[in-house]
Design a protein around this ligand. Structure first.
Ligand SMILES: [Zn+2]
Ligand SMILES: [Zn+2]
Length: 716
């Protein structure tokens, strides 16, 4: 601490701690407010100014709610399992437990120095066995309810981290952790059946206060589409089922495409004339990532299957079947019907392979390009003359159902959640394998199933968990029959612990259940949850799923965990680019605290622009905030018994109204601008009473709490 204002800050931090200023009370008679920020991942690099901005919004709102008489819960914790810590522990040669403790201590000190009004009596740490006991407990409840299963599939695999990644963690074909290229690998994987909750997750969006763009992102992620499943007869006798959102375009189907891995191909290999070509194509495909395979812009490739023909069920026409990498086994049924006249991808494919293109919807010029708009149906038998897709789809589905060749159905873009990692630093999956009894859950009274101590926690060379090397962990007795059994050695993914942490804050030390019911009844749902846009799909959908599941089994009292959600924008470097070590444009928040004091940092991150938008860091604006706060501190010099002028009094009232409203709508920058102009007005009048100064300081204090404590010392 270099400056006297840092000492003043320390004095007030201690005072707040001593008088438990920010601890929520379980006095259920008071009106409550539960403000939640996304708890940090305690990385070795410490906090970033982005964290400060992310927490400052609700910090201001929670401080305001306390002044308004609410019983405010504004908790903090650490989402501390996962690869970044494990990888740096390996690099540094220390245990991830030691490193996690060190990082948490560092974050705690930093958060305290900035003066956030968190309730430190309720800290949760997802790596604490007393916490992950309940993460495992919820997992077992899901297992009991049929929401957990194992399956062998092609998975996204990062060869560098040696882990299986979910689709969410490998967007763009890159590993979310190390940014290496992800490859496809056949693996035995644990899944959570999140797709069973797709409709509930969509319906739940009706009753919550999320901005329209956030709702839309979640809807797109879940990606519900309505359409039909249709059966196509193959020349070999088998039927091939496909899903389409446009069953009304069936008369325009001129070919089909299968995923290269489709099992039908190997099954009838003897009847197929060009298996060598097909196998070579498939081999090539396996080297591509899902992202590469499904990119819209790339040139279409494929191979016609010689000797296998399909029959269009609506007109009996024989049509060829191709394999192509843009059709994936994991999506839909692994095969599609192609309508080149009205689908861009099918159009390109048909053009390249010289396949017929039949117009069934009028309105475009199919000699030039696919027509994807609406219009009158033609060349379509019983559908001819219908003029909009709503009617034609309905009629097509009822005809399919009548003839027994298809039925109405829905599909989701969201896939089941790949829920395991072959690493060390995570929650052990509490399942035991017995030769006689199969998969047996670890009994509830044996939770937590603790991570065993381990010297060398590097992953195995074949992507096997390091836990598999510990015989004393692996070998166990079957809880059902008492025979020899083996433990699962995979761990849960990093998203597990954060899927329910907001419940543990309500009752962090309970060892009988994850949270007391009465406490949940009072505190839930979270009144306001603020965080980053990057967590709107993954973390928020996962945690809404867990919460909804807990609701369905009667363990929580609200179907949705969060009443309201907002998101802050990023802080960019002063060069307008994303802050990164390699660019050298990172600002350390504590450097600003050392130089100007925490009040300046806190005021600046809320002043730098629209809270929801990204904005570049500006040292000169930081200095501007410092000058403003100095001028506020100097107001004590013009305090007198003389009241303000009527005009200034009006300005005061207006400022109270504006600052109050602006905080609610997260327009922190305009609230601060309003206080800046009020300061100017006070100076031009030349005097104010100490009561008036108090009003001013209260308005400012949600951003600059130390100034309120000691105006004079905040001055340099
Ligand atoms: Zn990786
Ligand atoms: Zn057994």
């Amino acid at each position: 601490m270099k400056n006297d204002f840092n000492q003043t800050e320390a004095k007030w931090q201690n005072k707040w701690k001593d008088c438990k200023a920010f601890e929520a009370s379980d006095d259920f008679t008071k009106p409550k407010f539960y403000g939640l920020i996304e708890f940090p991942y305690p990385s070795g690099t410490g906090m970033h100014v982005g964290h400060i901005k992310a927490y400052s919004g609700l910090e201001a709102i929670c401080r305001k709610r306390r002044m308004q008489g609410y019983n405010v819960l504004f908790p903090i914790g650490f989402d501390a399992f996962g690869l970044p810590t494990e990888n740096s522990a390996i690099k540094l040669g220390i245990h991830p437990r030691t490193l996690t403790n060190r990082n948490i201590a560092k974050f705690t000190e930093q958060l305290n120095r900035v003066g956030f009004s968190f309730d430190w009596s309720r800290v949760v740490d997802t790596t604490d066995p007393d916490y992950y006991k309940w993460t495992q407990w919820i997992f077992l409840k899901m297992f009991e309810n049929g929401l957990v299963f194992r399956d062998t599939t092609l998975v996204n695999y990062c060869p560098n981290c040696r882990v299986v990644l979910s689709n969410e963690d490998s967007q763009g074909g890159k590993c979310d952790i190390c940014h290496s290229d992800v490859i496809q690998k056949s693996k035995d994987v644990w899944y959570l059946r999140i797709t069973a909750y797709a409709d509930k997750l969509l319906q739940g969006l009706d009753g919550v206060d999320y901005p329209a763009n956030i709702k839309q992102m979640q809807e797109n992620w879940i990606g519900r589409s309505a359409g039909a499943f249709v059966s196509f007869k193959l020349s070999v006798g088998e039927e091939l089922c496909i899903y389409t959102t446009r069953p009304d375009t069936l008369f325009g189907v001129t070919f089909m495409v299968m995923a290269p891995e489709h099992p039908v191909i190997e099954k009838y290999a003897a009847k197929i004339g060009n298996m060598d070509e097909i196998r070579a194509y498939r081999e090539n495909c396996s080297k591509k990532t899902e992202f590469e395979r499904t990119q819209l812009v790339k040139e279409k490739t494929g191979v016609k299957i010689e000797g296998l023909i399909a029959v269009n069920p609506v007109n009996g026409k024989e049509i060829p079947i191709y394999i192509s990498d843009y059709v994936m086994m994991g999506y839909g049924t692994g095969a599609i019907m192609a309508v080149p006249a009205h689908d861009e991808r099918d159009y390109e494919f048909a053009r390249k392979f010289g396949i017929d293109i039949i117009e069934v919807i009028k309105g475009g010029d199919i000699s030039n390009q696919a027509y994807t708009g609406d219009g009158e149906m033609v060349n379509s038998g019983f559908l001819d003359g219908l003029t909009n897709k709503k009617d034609s789809i309905k009629k097509a589905i009822s005809a399919l159902e009548e003839k027994g060749i298809g039925e109405e159905g829905v599909q989701y873009k969201m896939k089941d959640w790949a829920f395991n990692r072959q690493r060390y630093w995570g929650e052990p999956i509490p399942i035991i394998y017995c030769n006689k009894c199969g998969m047996v859950p670890v009994p509830y009274d044996e939770l937590p199933l603790k991570l065993p101590p381990l010297e060398n926690f590097e992953p195995g060379t074949d992507g096997e968990s390091p836990l598999a090397r510990i015989d004393s962990f692996v070998n166990c007795k079957c809880p059902k029959c008492g025979g020899d059994a083996r433990r699962e050695t995979d761990i849960m993914p990093q998203w597990a612990g954060s899927s329910w942490y907001f419940l543990r804050y309500l009752d962090p030390h309970n060892d009988k259940c994850f949270c007391d019911t009465e406490k949940m009844k009072y505190w839930m749902p979270v009144d306001w949850y603020n965080g980053g846009m990057e967590h709107v799909t993954r973390h928020m959908i996962y945690s809404r799923f867990w919460h909804r599941f807990l609701y369905d089994i009667g363990c929580v009292n609200t179907p949705e965990p969060y009443s309201k959600r907002t998101a802050q924008g990023m802080i960019l470097g002063s060069d307008g680019e994303k802050m990164s070590k390699s660019r050298g444009n990172v600002v350390d928040p504590l450097d600003v605290v050392d130089l100007y004091g925490a009040d300046v940092l806190r005021t600046y991150v809320l002043f730098m622009g629209d809270y929801g938008q990204s904005a570049p860091w500006s040292d000169s604006s930081v200095k501007g905030c410092k000058r403003f706060l100095d001028r506020v501190a100097d107001l004590t010099e013009i305090v007198s018994g003389k009241g303000v002028t009527p005009q200034l009094e009006r300005s005061f009232h207006k400022a109270v109204k504006k600052v109050t409203d602006d905080i609610e709508s997260m327009k922190f920058n305009t609230a601060i601008a309003c206080l800046m102009s009020l300061t100017n007005e006070i100076y031009s009048v030349g005097h104010l009473t100490s009561d008036e100064l108090k009003v001013f300081i209260k308005l400012l204090s949600v951003r600059a709490p130390y100034l309120r404590g000691n105006q004079r010392a905040a001055r340099r």
